[in-house]
Write a protein that binds this ligand. Structure first.
Ligand SMILES: CC(C)(COP(=O)(O)OP(=O)(O)OC[C@H]1O[C@@H](n2cnc3c(N)ncnc32)[C@H](O)[C@@H]1OP(=O)(O)O)[C@@H](O)C(=O)NCCC(=O)NCCS
Length: 257
């Protein structure tokens, strides 16, 4: 293991890192994974460590972050292993352990006293490796999913933020705007700019008047703002619902002078 260097990922690692991400998450396409990778690299709270081969190229990665809460942990925030992968030719040589150690060091520096992680019920290798690294099994979860879309209807009534985000995400994907060569790169910066532009367009409805002349036109602007907001939050890894609740709680305790 001494011949592999564990370091933070850089944009120059994208190709090899993507190769390994596709091996770990084979049901995803490069078009889906690449925008997320850009966000991870840009974000201070989502460190990515890679194992660099002396001959060039990478041999493993770990992606992590902070979660407010994690099942089985009683402290907050908690360092979290979001993705962990080592190339087959390098397994069982301590590379995975060194990657996780780097992430744990980072989490400790952020004030965490606990780390958490998860894996599929049938991933025995991952389970054994987690246990070998000192992680104890806390809970076993079963995730459920049920499609509840009203076919032929576009009514948004009663839909959660997650559902609206998924609808918006599907639309953007169907247009090909998540593709690497897209003329409308869906980066956080571009989305933030679009959000500000749409907000200005909403303001236009109030120019020289107290109430909008066309309520439907204003509704369309507000919808655009909402869609950009949902997408910006989603692509930046922000739990918008939680952020809103946190802000409301903060405001409730705040003095307004
Ligand atoms: C899980 C994975 C990242 C481990 O990487 P690795 O480089 O082989 O891990 P290490 O060599 O550092 O091993 C760490 C510990 O886990 C144990 N371990 C690793 N693979 C194991 C296996 N197949 N069976 C039993 N124990 C295993 C090792 O014994 C080691 O403990 P030790 O140092 O006390 O011997 C790697 O197997 C992998 O990429 N698997 C496929 C992707 C995956 O499942 N990722 C996890 C998703 S949550």
């Amino acid at each position: 293991m001494t011949h592999l260097l564990i370091r933070r990922a850089t944009p120059a690692d994208t190709e090899d890192w993507l190769r390994m991400r596709l091996a770990l998450w084979p049901h995803h396409s490069p078009q889906e994974l690449l925008p997320e990778m850009e966000t991870l690299l840009a974000e201070r709270w989502s460190p990515v460590f890679v194992a660099a081969r002396p001959s060039g190229g990478l041999g493993g990665f770990v992606e992590g972050g902070l979660r407010r809460y994690a099942d089985g942990c009683d402290s907050s925030p908690v360092g979290y292993i979001e993705g962990w992968y080592v190339d087959e030719d390098l397994r069982r040589q301590g590379v995975g352990r060194a990657l996780v150690a780097a992430l744990e060091r980072w989490a400790r520096e952020q004030g965490c006293t606990k780390m958490a992680s998860d894996t599929w019920l049938d991933n025995e290798t991952s389970r054994a490796a987690h246990l070998a690294l000192g992680y104890t099994e806390s809970e076993r979860l079963i995730h459920f999913c049920k499609p509840i879309a009203e076919t032929g209807s576009t009514a948004a009534n009663g839909r959660s933020l997650d559902e609206l985000t998924a609808l918006m995400d599907n639309f953007v994907r169907s247009k090909g705007w998540y593709a690497a060569e897209s003329q409308r790169p869906q980066t956080p910066k571009n989305l933030a700019i679009s959000l500000a532009l749409e907000s200005a367009e909403a303001l236009e409805h109030f120019q020289w008047r107290e109430t909008p002349a066309d309520k439907n036109a204003l509704a369309a602007e507000l919808a655009d703002i909402s869609l950009y907001l949902l997408q910006l939050a989603s692509i930046s890894g922000v739990d918008l619902e939680q952020a809103v609740l946190d802000k409301l709680a903060l405001n409730a305790a705040r003095e307004w002078r």
